[in-house]
Design a protein around this ligand. Sequence first.
Ligand code: PHE
Length: 342
Amino acid sequence: LREKYINLIAEAGDESALEDLRVTAVGKKGEISLKMRELGKMSPEERQVAGPALNRLKDEINSALSAKKTALADVALDERLRTEWLDVTLPVRAQRRGTIHPVSQVMDEVSAIFADMGFAVAEGPQIDSDWYNFDALNIPSHHPARAEMDTFYMHRAEGDNRPPHVLRTHTSPVQIRHMEKYGAPCRIIAPGRVYRADYDQTHTPMFHQVEGLAIDKHISMANLKWVLEEFFSAFFEIDGIKTRFRASHFPFTEPSAEVDIQCSWDNGQLKIGEGDGWLEVLGSGMVHPKVLSAAGVDPNEWQGFAFGMGIDRIAMLKYGIPDLRAFFDSDLRWLRHYGFAS
Ligand code: PHE
Protein backbone atom coordinates (compact mmCIF):
# COMPACT_ATOMS: atom_id res chain seq x y z
CA LEU A 1 0.00 0.00 0.00
CA ARG A 2 2.74 2.42 0.93
CA GLU A 3 4.67 1.75 -2.24
CA LYS A 4 1.53 2.06 -4.37
CA TYR A 5 0.69 5.53 -3.06
CA ILE A 6 4.23 6.85 -2.95
CA ASN A 7 4.61 5.89 -6.63
CA LEU A 8 1.26 7.36 -7.64
CA ILE A 9 2.11 10.60 -5.85
CA ALA A 10 5.45 10.81 -7.64
CA GLU A 11 3.71 10.33 -10.97
CA ALA A 12 0.91 12.90 -10.38
CA GLY A 13 1.13 15.48 -13.17
CA ASP A 14 -0.82 18.37 -11.68
CA GLU A 15 -2.54 19.60 -8.57
CA SER A 16 -5.95 18.16 -9.36
CA ALA A 17 -4.54 14.64 -9.91
CA LEU A 18 -2.78 15.04 -6.59
CA GLU A 19 -6.00 16.07 -4.90
CA ASP A 20 -7.80 13.01 -6.31
CA LEU A 21 -5.05 10.84 -4.89
CA ARG A 22 -5.37 12.45 -1.48
CA VAL A 23 -9.09 11.68 -1.46
CA THR A 24 -8.65 8.02 -2.46
CA ALA A 25 -5.84 7.47 0.04
CA VAL A 26 -6.43 9.54 3.17
CA GLY A 27 -9.82 11.18 2.51
CA LYS A 28 -12.77 10.38 4.78
CA LYS A 29 -13.68 7.32 2.71
CA GLY A 30 -10.13 6.75 1.50
CA GLU A 31 -8.43 3.38 1.51
CA ILE A 32 -6.29 4.11 4.54
CA SER A 33 -9.13 5.68 6.51
CA LEU A 34 -11.22 2.56 5.89
CA LYS A 35 -8.35 0.40 7.14
CA MET A 36 -8.15 2.51 10.28
CA ARG A 37 -11.83 1.99 10.89
CA GLU A 38 -11.23 -1.76 10.82
CA LEU A 39 -8.87 -1.42 13.81
CA GLY A 40 -11.95 -1.60 16.03
CA LYS A 41 -12.65 -5.15 14.99
CA MET A 42 -9.13 -6.35 15.82
CA SER A 43 -7.87 -7.95 18.98
CA PRO A 44 -5.89 -5.61 21.24
CA GLU A 45 -2.63 -7.34 20.31
CA GLU A 46 -3.22 -6.97 16.59
CA ARG A 47 -4.31 -3.35 17.10
CA GLN A 48 -1.14 -2.51 19.01
CA VAL A 49 0.88 -3.41 15.92
CA ALA A 50 -1.45 -2.28 13.13
CA GLY A 51 -2.51 1.06 14.74
CA PRO A 52 0.87 2.78 14.88
CA ALA A 53 1.77 1.28 11.47
CA LEU A 54 -1.32 2.78 9.85
CA ASN A 55 -0.70 6.13 11.54
CA ARG A 56 2.86 6.21 10.26
CA LEU A 57 1.63 5.29 6.80
CA LYS A 58 -0.93 8.09 6.91
CA ASP A 59 1.71 10.62 8.04
CA GLU A 60 4.08 9.46 5.37
CA ILE A 61 1.48 9.77 2.62
CA ASN A 62 0.43 13.21 3.85
CA SER A 63 3.95 14.53 3.80
CA ALA A 64 4.58 12.99 0.38
CA LEU A 65 1.43 14.74 -0.85
CA SER A 66 2.47 18.12 0.48
CA ALA A 67 6.03 17.77 -0.81
CA LYS A 68 4.68 16.94 -4.26
CA LYS A 69 2.28 19.85 -4.05
CA THR A 70 5.12 22.27 -3.41
CA ALA A 71 7.12 20.73 -6.24
CA LEU A 72 4.20 21.11 -8.68
CA ALA A 73 3.70 24.76 -7.65
CA ASP A 74 7.40 25.42 -8.27
CA VAL A 75 7.14 23.91 -11.74
CA ALA A 76 4.03 25.99 -12.50
CA LEU A 77 5.77 29.15 -11.32
CA ASP A 78 8.84 28.39 -13.43
CA GLU A 79 6.58 27.89 -16.42
CA ARG A 80 4.85 31.24 -15.86
CA LEU A 81 8.15 33.02 -15.43
CA ARG A 82 9.35 31.48 -18.66
CA THR A 83 6.27 32.39 -20.73
CA GLU A 84 5.23 35.72 -19.23
CA TRP A 85 8.49 37.61 -19.14
CA LEU A 86 8.76 41.15 -20.43
CA ASP A 87 11.84 42.59 -22.00
CA VAL A 88 11.92 45.99 -20.32
CA THR A 89 14.99 46.93 -22.33
CA LEU A 90 13.04 46.97 -25.63
CA PRO A 91 12.78 50.49 -27.08
CA VAL A 92 9.23 51.91 -26.68
CA ARG A 93 7.00 52.35 -29.70
CA ALA A 94 6.49 56.01 -30.58
CA GLN A 95 3.08 57.30 -29.45
CA ARG A 96 1.47 60.23 -31.22
CA ARG A 97 0.00 62.82 -28.92
CA GLY A 98 -3.02 65.02 -29.54
CA THR A 99 -2.40 68.72 -30.08
CA ILE A 100 -4.45 71.90 -29.83
CA HIS A 101 -6.25 72.72 -33.10
CA PRO A 102 -4.60 75.59 -34.98
CA VAL A 103 -7.74 77.72 -34.78
CA SER A 104 -7.87 77.22 -31.01
CA GLN A 105 -4.17 78.08 -30.80
CA VAL A 106 -4.77 81.30 -32.72
CA MET A 107 -7.80 82.13 -30.55
CA ASP A 108 -5.66 81.73 -27.45
CA GLU A 109 -2.94 83.94 -28.95
CA VAL A 110 -5.47 86.61 -29.89
CA SER A 111 -7.00 86.54 -26.41
CA ALA A 112 -3.57 86.83 -24.79
CA ILE A 113 -2.60 89.85 -26.91
CA PHE A 114 -5.83 91.68 -26.15
CA ALA A 115 -5.57 90.73 -22.49
CA ASP A 116 -2.28 92.65 -22.40
CA MET A 117 -4.23 95.70 -23.57
CA GLY A 118 -6.80 95.28 -20.82
CA PHE A 119 -9.54 93.45 -22.75
CA ALA A 120 -11.50 90.76 -20.91
CA VAL A 121 -12.99 87.77 -22.75
CA ALA A 122 -16.78 87.60 -23.08
CA GLU A 123 -18.88 84.78 -24.49
CA GLY A 124 -22.35 84.33 -25.88
CA PRO A 125 -24.48 81.46 -27.21
CA GLN A 126 -23.97 80.09 -30.72
CA ILE A 127 -27.73 79.70 -31.07
CA ASP A 128 -29.22 83.10 -30.42
CA SER A 129 -32.51 84.88 -30.97
CA ASP A 130 -32.82 86.98 -34.07
CA TRP A 131 -33.27 89.95 -31.74
CA TYR A 132 -29.69 89.66 -30.45
CA ASN A 133 -28.24 88.67 -33.80
CA PHE A 134 -30.10 91.33 -35.82
CA ASP A 135 -32.68 93.72 -34.32
CA ALA A 136 -30.62 94.92 -31.37
CA LEU A 137 -27.78 95.55 -33.82
CA ASN A 138 -29.98 97.88 -35.83
CA ILE A 139 -30.75 95.28 -38.50
CA PRO A 140 -34.56 95.25 -38.60
CA SER A 141 -36.65 92.49 -40.15
CA HIS A 142 -36.52 93.42 -43.80
CA HIS A 143 -33.07 94.94 -43.83
CA PRO A 144 -31.01 93.65 -46.79
CA ALA A 145 -28.13 92.82 -44.41
CA ARG A 146 -30.19 89.86 -43.15
CA ALA A 147 -30.38 88.36 -46.61
CA GLU A 148 -26.68 88.98 -47.21
CA MET A 149 -25.72 87.03 -44.11
CA ASP A 150 -26.86 83.61 -45.43
CA THR A 151 -28.42 82.90 -42.07
CA PHE A 152 -29.17 79.42 -40.77
CA TYR A 153 -32.58 79.54 -39.09
CA MET A 154 -33.51 77.06 -36.38
CA HIS A 155 -36.64 75.06 -37.10
CA ARG A 156 -39.63 75.69 -34.86
CA ALA A 157 -42.44 73.20 -34.34
CA GLU A 158 -45.60 73.89 -36.28
CA GLY A 159 -47.84 76.28 -34.38
CA ASP A 160 -44.93 77.66 -32.38
CA ASN A 161 -45.08 81.32 -33.32
CA ARG A 162 -42.27 82.62 -31.19
CA PRO A 163 -39.67 84.53 -33.20
CA PRO A 164 -37.04 82.26 -34.72
CA HIS A 165 -33.63 81.52 -33.33
CA VAL A 166 -30.62 81.52 -35.61
CA LEU A 167 -27.11 80.16 -35.63
CA ARG A 168 -25.37 83.46 -34.93
CA THR A 169 -23.96 84.92 -38.12
CA HIS A 170 -21.37 87.01 -36.28
CA THR A 171 -20.04 87.60 -32.77
CA SER A 172 -21.67 91.07 -32.60
CA PRO A 173 -24.67 89.84 -30.51
CA VAL A 174 -22.16 89.37 -27.68
CA GLN A 175 -21.78 93.20 -27.65
CA ILE A 176 -25.45 93.48 -26.73
CA ARG A 177 -25.43 90.66 -24.19
CA HIS A 178 -22.36 92.03 -22.49
CA MET A 179 -23.54 95.65 -22.23
CA GLU A 180 -27.00 94.52 -21.12
CA LYS A 181 -25.47 92.62 -18.23
CA TYR A 182 -22.49 94.75 -17.22
CA GLY A 183 -23.25 98.19 -18.67
CA ALA A 184 -20.57 100.77 -19.45
CA PRO A 185 -17.64 101.31 -19.39
CA CYS A 186 -16.36 98.07 -20.83
CA ARG A 187 -13.44 96.65 -22.75
CA ILE A 188 -13.96 93.11 -24.05
CA ILE A 189 -13.26 90.74 -26.88
CA ALA A 190 -15.60 87.90 -27.78
CA PRO A 191 -13.98 85.08 -29.72
CA GLY A 192 -16.15 82.26 -30.96
CA ARG A 193 -17.88 80.23 -33.64
CA VAL A 194 -20.24 81.77 -36.15
CA TYR A 195 -22.26 80.30 -39.01
CA ARG A 196 -23.24 81.28 -42.54
CA ALA A 197 -24.47 79.17 -45.43
CA ASP A 198 -21.43 79.66 -47.61
CA TYR A 199 -18.77 77.30 -48.91
CA ASP A 200 -15.70 77.82 -51.09
CA GLN A 201 -11.94 78.11 -50.73
CA THR A 202 -12.20 80.97 -48.26
CA HIS A 203 -15.61 80.24 -46.70
CA THR A 204 -16.89 77.42 -44.51
CA PRO A 205 -20.41 77.30 -43.05
CA MET A 206 -18.87 77.32 -39.58
CA PHE A 207 -16.02 79.71 -38.94
CA HIS A 208 -14.58 81.88 -36.16
CA GLN A 209 -14.63 85.55 -35.36
CA VAL A 210 -13.36 87.73 -32.60
CA GLU A 211 -15.45 90.73 -31.63
CA GLY A 212 -13.92 93.74 -29.94
CA LEU A 213 -15.82 96.32 -27.91
CA ALA A 214 -14.53 99.32 -25.95
CA ILE A 215 -17.03 101.73 -24.41
CA ASP A 216 -16.14 104.71 -22.26
CA LYS A 217 -16.61 108.49 -22.18
CA HIS A 218 -14.07 109.53 -24.78
CA ILE A 219 -13.20 106.47 -26.88
CA SER A 220 -12.53 107.35 -30.51
CA MET A 221 -11.51 105.73 -33.77
CA ALA A 222 -7.95 106.84 -33.03
CA ASN A 223 -8.00 104.45 -30.07
CA LEU A 224 -9.33 101.74 -32.38
CA LYS A 225 -6.52 102.26 -34.86
CA TRP A 226 -3.87 102.10 -32.13
CA VAL A 227 -5.37 98.96 -30.61
CA LEU A 228 -5.52 97.21 -33.99
CA GLU A 229 -1.98 98.16 -34.99
CA GLU A 230 -0.69 96.97 -31.62
CA PHE A 231 -2.60 93.76 -32.10
CA PHE A 232 -1.37 93.02 -35.64
CA SER A 233 2.23 93.84 -34.75
CA ALA A 234 2.09 91.41 -31.84
CA PHE A 235 0.16 88.74 -33.72
CA PHE A 236 2.36 88.69 -36.83
CA GLU A 237 5.45 89.43 -34.73
CA ILE A 238 6.44 92.36 -36.92
CA ASP A 239 6.99 95.81 -35.40
CA GLY A 240 4.99 98.75 -36.65
CA ILE A 241 2.47 97.11 -38.99
CA LYS A 242 0.33 99.81 -40.58
CA THR A 243 -3.43 99.66 -41.06
CA ARG A 244 -5.63 101.48 -43.54
CA PHE A 245 -9.22 102.45 -42.76
CA ARG A 246 -11.67 102.54 -45.64
CA ALA A 247 -15.11 104.10 -45.20
CA SER A 248 -17.75 101.38 -45.19
CA HIS A 249 -21.18 100.61 -43.84
CA PHE A 250 -22.49 98.38 -41.09
CA PRO A 251 -25.92 98.97 -39.57
CA PHE A 252 -24.47 98.70 -36.06
CA THR A 253 -21.63 101.22 -36.38
CA GLU A 254 -21.50 104.85 -37.43
CA PRO A 255 -19.12 105.76 -38.90
CA SER A 256 -17.96 102.37 -40.16
CA ALA A 257 -14.64 101.31 -41.57
CA GLU A 258 -13.15 98.30 -43.20
CA VAL A 259 -9.60 97.80 -42.05
CA ASP A 260 -6.73 96.63 -44.26
CA ILE A 261 -3.26 95.63 -43.14
CA GLN A 262 -0.08 96.46 -44.95
CA CYS A 263 1.33 93.71 -47.17
CA SER A 264 3.25 92.93 -50.32
CA TRP A 265 3.16 90.25 -52.96
CA ASP A 266 6.65 89.05 -53.66
CA ASN A 267 6.60 86.61 -56.61
CA GLY A 268 3.12 85.55 -55.66
CA GLN A 269 4.29 85.16 -52.07
CA LEU A 270 2.25 87.19 -49.60
CA LYS A 271 4.25 89.16 -47.02
CA ILE A 272 2.42 90.81 -44.14
CA GLY A 273 3.62 94.07 -42.60
CA GLU A 274 5.76 95.36 -45.46
CA GLY A 275 5.34 96.96 -48.87
CA ASP A 276 2.51 99.11 -50.21
CA GLY A 277 -0.23 96.56 -50.77
CA TRP A 278 -3.33 96.27 -48.58
CA LEU A 279 -5.30 93.29 -47.40
CA GLU A 280 -8.75 93.52 -45.85
CA VAL A 281 -8.93 91.86 -42.45
CA LEU A 282 -11.86 93.23 -40.48
CA GLY A 283 -14.93 95.43 -40.14
CA SER A 284 -15.22 98.10 -37.48
CA GLY A 285 -16.62 101.45 -36.45
CA MET A 286 -18.07 103.54 -33.65
CA VAL A 287 -20.92 101.71 -31.97
CA HIS A 288 -24.24 103.08 -33.27
CA PRO A 289 -26.28 105.02 -30.67
CA LYS A 290 -29.24 102.76 -31.39
CA VAL A 291 -27.12 99.72 -30.48
CA LEU A 292 -26.07 101.30 -27.19
CA SER A 293 -29.73 102.11 -26.43
CA ALA A 294 -30.89 98.59 -27.31
CA ALA A 295 -28.35 97.27 -24.80
CA GLY A 296 -29.47 99.74 -22.12
CA VAL A 297 -26.44 102.02 -22.33
CA ASP A 298 -27.11 105.76 -22.60
CA PRO A 299 -25.63 107.03 -25.90
CA ASN A 300 -25.54 110.59 -24.54
CA GLU A 301 -23.11 109.50 -21.90
CA TRP A 302 -21.12 106.71 -23.50
CA GLN A 303 -19.43 106.00 -26.80
CA GLY A 304 -16.92 103.54 -28.17
CA PHE A 305 -15.65 101.35 -30.94
CA ALA A 306 -16.40 97.81 -32.06
CA PHE A 307 -14.72 95.52 -34.52
CA GLY A 308 -15.19 92.01 -35.89
CA MET A 309 -12.33 89.99 -37.31
CA GLY A 310 -12.16 86.56 -38.92
CA ILE A 311 -9.92 84.35 -36.80
CA ASP A 312 -9.53 81.62 -39.42
CA ARG A 313 -8.58 84.27 -41.92
CA ILE A 314 -5.75 85.75 -39.87
CA ALA A 315 -4.65 82.19 -39.04
CA MET A 316 -4.43 81.46 -42.80
CA LEU A 317 -2.35 84.60 -43.26
CA LYS A 318 -0.03 83.83 -40.38
CA TYR A 319 0.62 80.24 -41.42
CA GLY A 320 0.37 80.67 -45.20
CA ILE A 321 -2.60 78.34 -45.60
CA PRO A 322 -4.36 78.69 -48.95
CA ASP A 323 -7.60 76.79 -48.31
CA LEU A 324 -9.76 77.54 -45.28
CA ARG A 325 -11.66 74.26 -45.58
CA ALA A 326 -8.54 72.27 -44.69
CA PHE A 327 -8.79 73.61 -41.13
CA PHE A 328 -11.91 71.53 -40.59
CA ASP A 329 -11.05 68.35 -42.51
CA SER A 330 -9.18 66.77 -39.58
CA ASP A 331 -6.61 65.37 -42.01
CA LEU A 332 -3.60 64.37 -39.91
CA ARG A 333 -1.25 64.64 -42.88
CA TRP A 334 -2.30 68.26 -43.34
CA LEU A 335 -2.01 69.03 -39.64
CA ARG A 336 1.48 67.51 -39.58
CA HIS A 337 2.51 69.31 -42.73
CA TYR A 338 1.80 72.67 -41.09
CA GLY A 339 3.37 71.55 -37.82
CA PHE A 340 0.03 71.47 -35.98
CA ALA A 341 0.37 67.78 -35.01
CA SER A 342 3.24 65.49 -34.19
N1 PHE B 1 -20.21 91.80 -37.46
C1 PHE B 1 -19.52 92.26 -38.66
C2 PHE B 1 -19.37 91.05 -39.60
O1 PHE B 1 -19.53 89.95 -39.20
C3 PHE B 1 -18.16 92.79 -38.32
C4 PHE B 1 -18.20 94.01 -37.49
C5 PHE B 1 -18.19 93.93 -36.12
C6 PHE B 1 -18.26 95.25 -38.06
C7 PHE B 1 -18.21 95.06 -35.33
C8 PHE B 1 -18.29 96.39 -37.32
C9 PHE B 1 -18.29 96.29 -35.95
O2 PHE B 1 -19.10 91.22 -40.75
